[in-house]
Write a protein that binds this ligand. Structure first.
Ligand code: PMT
Length: 217
């Protein structure tokens, strides 16, 4: 039980940004990576709060506190509230960077051949927590499609993280929805630990092992 007495905040899944009562902007995240991390951390003794966007997944460990949200703003406000008492934060959610400025009260009608949506920036949840960091160990994810290492390192620095987990959509079987992932753990000292393609359950164990080693230092 290496994480006994420690509190983990883990974000998972997509966010849905409403356009009107029947439509939203979302992404392909299934939540599997974040849920696997929550289950593995809880099995290792952590007290886990899992902040989840809309998914079809269930948690099997009743000790996990599951908070379900829809939008990035909801996830943001729960994350800010929970943050001060946390020891470890892992951002596995695929948070929408932009949301429609307003949600139309009624279903939008087809008026013309084109339509425009005005989008406004969502808060960056992990970066906001990073700015408020005191003793927390903070891990983000970076989902990239090109110049993977450059972008991951940039996010690690700009979001004030202790480590970032890189997954690339160029690797078959990695990223969204599949039961597998291929990741590299990059810490703030630029130490890179690459892993093979594995199930998300196994990936979660690898990542928690990396976190544990660094907490022990
Ligand atoms: O859910 P699955 O189907 O299992 O897929 C897993 C995954 C691909 C979603 C996961 O492994 C992953 O990579 N999650 C992060 C996806 C992402 O949005 O990456 P990003 O590079 O855009 O964001 C970087 C980091 O900032 C992430 O930790 C993200 O949670 C966080 N972020 C981003 C935007 C925002 N507004 N708030 C955030 O907290």
């Amino acid at each position: 039980q290496p994480f006994n007495g420690m509190k983990f905040l883990i974000t998972a899944g997509p966010t849905y940004e409403p356009i009107d009562p029947v439509r939203f902007i979302g992404n392909y995240s299934s939540g599997k990576m974040g849920y696997a991390l929550a289950e593995a951390a809880a099995a290792m003794g952590a007290e886990v709060t899992l902040l989840s966007g809309p998914t079809h997944l269930r948690i099997t460990n009743p000790q996990i506190r599951l908070v379900r949200v829809k939008t990035a703003l909801e996830m943001y406000s729960h994350a800010l509230n929970a943050f001060p008492s946390m020891d470890v934060v892992i951002g596995a959610a695929a948070v929408a960077d932009y949301r429609p400025e307003s949600r139309a009260p009624e279903k939008l009608k087809k008026d013309g051949d084109t339509m425009s949506l005005h989008l406004v920036r969502n808060p960056d949840i992990i970066a906001s927590l990073g700015e408020r960091k005191t003793t927390q160990y903070m891990v983000g994810f970076a989902l990239e499609t090109e110049r993977e290492l450059d972008y991951a390192r940039k996010k690690l620095k700009e979001k004030h993280l202790d480590a970032i987990v890189l997954n690339s959509l160029r690797d078959p079987g990695a990223g969204f929805a599949s039961d597998t992932n291929k990741v590299a753990f990059i810490d703030k000292n630029s130490e890179i630990t690459p892993f093979e393609l594995k199930t998300k359950g196994e990936v979660a164990l690898d990542l928690l092992h990396e976190i544990r080693k660094r907490l022990a230092k």
